[in-house]
Design a protein around this ligand. Structure first.
Ligand code: SF4
Length: 471
């Protein structure tokens, strides 16, 4: 038996952040906030708080409910907190890389956490090490702290702005000092970060679903290239644009796959976006079928949209086992041959003898699609018409999403017809990039994993990318 790390999909998100400013029970609220963001990272989590004098921090490898107890939360004193859930793509795993990080310095301690990926991290790290910096972790997040302290004679605000402008990539940073909390979003707006209000206090979250979980209300998003400063003694928050020429290149995969359906991203509800994608798919790629089914959970919204628009009934043809944990005993080959299935099971009575429209959010390596189609055929499905509510994924992501290398991406080296044959479907259609913009009612999105049009310079040569696939 192998004890394996189990992740729910071929694509993995890197992290979620949550913050509380000037509110009683800040650590406890952050615990509930992180619990609502658990889907963004299951590898490790941490909370740092401050009582305006000291910074306290607890962290560990595992789920929020595994790491924190009442006793641990009680040690986290103060009304300000930042927290983090982690999935590692850059920097690797291990407790050293679990955030928030805490930095002690005679000019003042601070703590920080980050969602995203810094694409020029190698060059910056080398420059800092040549100047004498010694890194505690292999996480690129630590770079920001060293950049802030590079010239410690500078005013802190100026130092943070300068540091942020040296960093290229996708980021939502929370920086906490004993007196202030800074929330910053990259100039392309690749990663989400929203501000909520709770009884006159402020909360921050990668996703708005965490506001509902703690009884907070959405106030506004942190804008691309904006730093928002929360300060004790100041009722109003301060806003500062640290980078001009900002864009609205929100990661389209946040809408398609990562974010919870009850979250709103830049004014658009995620469930509504997915449902609209399903409707557009039904108009563009109709097919004669008996039943529409979706791959749970991320494709359920799109499947209901397709069903409503096409008039073909929606059924729960696939059921997901919600209790497959972060680590799980992998079935042996013998067990697999006996039909042991961990995650998804078909509902035989609903799919047997039926012509199915199978809705899924994306195809990465193709192995999951192949397995699902085989399973549905074994359950008696007569025809399987696959409809993917995103374009073919042909390029890796360098902004904190673990989407594999060029070599592993099935659509990078095969056309649609070939992919259809490999996964064993009767027909296969993908949604176009324009449909994503239409569904989101917006003119810009990051679509780089579909079209290779990366919103930032990548600091790598193309040949390096082809062989290594990622940093
Ligand atoms: S490349 Fe793809 S996964 Fe990465 S940020 Fe852009 S849209 Fe998101």
């Amino acid at each position: 038996m192998n004890l394996i790390k189990y992740f729910p999909s071929n694509i993995n998100e890197e992290c979620g952040v949550f913050g509380v400013f000037n509110c009683e029970n800040a650590a406890e609220l952050t615990y509930y906030g992180l619990h609502a963001l658990q889907h963004r990272g299951q590898e490790g989590c941490g909370i740092a708080t401050t009582d305006e004098v000291e910074i306290y921090r607890e962290r560990g490898e595992g789920l929020v409910t595994e790491i924190f107890s009442e006793a641990k939360l009680a040690k986290l004193k103060g009304d300000n907190a930042i927290g983090h859930v982690r999935y590692s793509t850059a920097g690797g795993s291990g407790i050293d890389n679990v955030q928030p990080f805490v930095f002690r310095h005679y000019t003042g301690d601070f703590s920080l956490c980050h969602n995203g990926n810094i694409v020029n991290s190698r060059a910056l790290k080398l420059m800092l090490e040549k100047q004498g910096s010694i890194f505690q972790s292999s996480s690129d997040t630590e770079i920001l702290a060293h950049l802030i302290k590079m010239d410690f004679r500078k005013d802190r605000l100026a130092a943070i702005v300068e540091a942020l402008n040296m960093i290229e990539g996708a980021y939502a940073f929370l920086i906490m000092t004993p007196k202030r909390l800074y929330a910053c979003r990259d100039k392309n707006g690749l990663r989400p970060l929203s501000i909520g209000k709770l009884n006159g206090s402020y909360v921050l979250s990668s996703e708005t679903c965490a506001f509902e979980a703690i009884g907070a209300t959405f106030s506004r998003d942190v804008e691309p290239g904006e730093m928002v400063i929360f300060e004790h003694g100041k009722e109003e928050i301060t806003s500062l644009t640290f980078s001009y020429g900002s864009m609205r290149k929100m990661c389209s995969m946040e809408f398609i796959y990562f974010a919870r359906p009850d979250s709103d991203i830049e004014g658009m509800n995620v469930h509504s976006f997915r449902k609209e994608c399903g409707r557009i798919m039904a108009r563009r790629f109709p097919v004669e079928a008996d039943v529409v089914i979706g791959v749970p959970d991320s494709s359920t919204s799109a499947a209901t949209g397709y069903a409503e628009e096409s008039g073909i009934p929606y059924e729960m043809g696939l059921i997901k086992n919600k209790y497959v944990g972060r680590t799980f005993i992998q079935p042996s080959q013998e067990m697999r041959e006996k039909g042991v299935r961990l995650k998804l099971t078909p509902v035989r009575s609903l799919v047997s003898g039926k012509r199915l429209v199978l809705i899924d959010d994306s195809i990465v390596r193709g192995t999951t699609s192949k397995r699902i189609i085989k399973m549905l055929r074994e359950a008696g499905a007569a025809e399987i018409h696959v409809r993917i509510v995103s374009p073919p994924m042909r390029h890796p992501c360098f902004y904190g999403i673990d989407t594999s290398t060029y070599e592993e991406l099935i659509s990078a080296c095969n056309d649609v017809e070939k992919v259809c044959g490999i996964i064993g479907a009767d027909s296969l259609c993908f949604l176009g990039e324009d449909a994503l913009l239409e569904a989101g009612n917006r003119s810009e999105l990051c679509l780089a994993c579909f079209n290779g049009d990366y919103p930032t310079f990548l600091y790598q040569t193309k040949s390096e990318l082809n062989t290594e696939g990622k940093f």
